[in-house]
Design a protein around this ligand. Sequence first.
Ligand SMILES: [Fe+2]
Ligand SMILES: [Fe+2]
Length: 191
Amino acid sequence: MGYRVWRSVTRNCLRGAGGYAWCRHGAPEAAVHAACLLLSCEGMEEPLDTLREEILVQHQGIEEHLRELEGLARLAQEGDQSIDDPLRDCCRVLLGNLRKHLDFEETHLVPRLEVLGERGERQARMLLREHEDQRELFGFVFDRLASQHWTTQLLARQLCGFVQILRDDMMHEEDGLLSPDAFPGSSARQA
Ligand SMILES: [Fe+2]
Ligand SMILES: [Fe+2]
């Protein structure tokens, strides 16, 4: 078992609160315990198909949030000044959720890709690069939210552009890495 597999399996193990309860040996020796832990975890690792479904469900949640933000931005652009705080709050929550989503993909998906050979390593690298760009964009938007120099209408216009970029990125991910044809371990791909 290579280091990366070990790291991925162990991380998944330790994530579960009952990780050590899977060990049925009473032996206190660390080596035996570790071997038992790894074997137990390998059997319990989340199937890749399930992980893909989980990511797609998160995308749906983000899309709903994007629609909400878009609706507020539309009202703001029509001149509704009372929408300023709700617009900024909605966007702040969205940014928090987006960061959690990126963290989730990096914690759960990237290690699984990295052990799948050259193609998986390339997919992981590409995902991380895209996330880097997205985090940069989130920082840019976050700064704009904090700035009172931007009028509600100007902010709303910028946020509509932000929503479109995020939609394109999610679509790109779904048509690329997450598509049944490209996703590693996908039952559609194996068929
Ligand atoms: Fe992503
Ligand atoms: Fe994603």
